[in-house]
Design a protein around this ligand. Sequence first.
Ligand SMILES: Cc1cc2nc3c(=O)[nH]c(=O)nc-3n(C[C@H](O)[C@H](O)[C@H](O)COP(=O)(O)OP(=O)(O)OC[C@H]3O[C@@H](n4cnc5c(N)ncnc54)[C@H](O)[C@@H]3O)c2cc1C
Length: 295
Amino acid sequence: MALEIRPGPVLADRTTLRLGGRALAEIVFARPEEAEGLGQALESCGGAPFILGRGSNVLADDGERPLVVVSPRLRGEPVILRQRPEAGIRVRVGAGVKLQRLVAWLATQGLSGLGGLVGVPGTVGGAVAGNAGSYGDDLGAVLARVRIWSPQTGLAWVGREGFSTAYRRFTLTGVAGFFVVLEAELDLAVREPIELRQEMVRHLTDKKASQPITAATAGCVFKNPPGASAWRLLAEAGFRGKRVGGVGFSEKHANFLVNYGGGTGREALSLLAAAREAVRERSGLELELEVRVAP
Ligand SMILES: Cc1cc2nc3c(=O)[nH]c(=O)nc-3n(C[C@H](O)[C@H](O)[C@H](O)COP(=O)(O)OP(=O)(O)OC[C@H]3O[C@@H](n4cnc5c(N)ncnc54)[C@H](O)[C@@H]3O)c2cc1C
């Protein structure tokens, strides 16, 4: 399949929160080299580019959205590139592969480093771009190289000297603005598969008990401020279970926004604004969004 421009998708169909109106267009491609056509395709579509993986960390507003969805369907299955147990085993994987497919594959290979991310939905590209993390593991800790396309660099492999990661943050040094993650290489440690699997089962059991994982959500909507928990601040400010129309903060986990059905982007954004203000007034702390709001 070559790079393809399709009519604008409805974002509610493409995000796990199931919110959002219609984008202008969608650019779909399946091979890293096809990203070289992105500049021209974006120009012809004429809107703000917004990359969508699985849409599991995205909140989109209602109505006609002035954006062009970029969908990297880069399904390159994980492969082992180098076997050097003392330096870690290097694995390459496509950005469009589901993170859970990678996590499960790593467990069968006895490779450790991302087991804490068991149960986290989305694609490898989305996990790299947001430095997804859970139970002490995150992409930034194992990411060795990333292949990107940006208008500035074109197609390029970038090593650790070319990017930095922090809590839910991935920054390319010297690349301003738009970039697409196409492939990632990870350095992973060797571990007994049975131990890995047991640990992952424990993490998943904890998550099922503490998070509304089957509801329409985007995971945690706010980042934890240094030294504090966003869910606790929200609960203390009275936002656990609080609803506006069809959306509300979960009773199970106060930092998970849930679309209970028929919710709108407007309702979600107004609830988030009210929560930020209440937390600011009560604790003096500023909650920063973890969920990405599509323009
Ligand atoms: C039930 C549930 C539990 C969750 N638990 C966690 C958790 O424990 N830890 C955690 O970190 N997150 C968690 N999340 C949030 C989410 O799953 C992760 O952030 C995930 O990595 C997002 O991947 P995605 O493919 O869905 O990205 P999307 O939601 O589609 O996109 C997220 C952001 O990344 C950008 N992006 C996506 N793909 C690319 C790419 N190829 N190149 C460049 N930019 C890109 C998008 O433009 C957007 O800004 C949870 C979500 C849910 C619904």
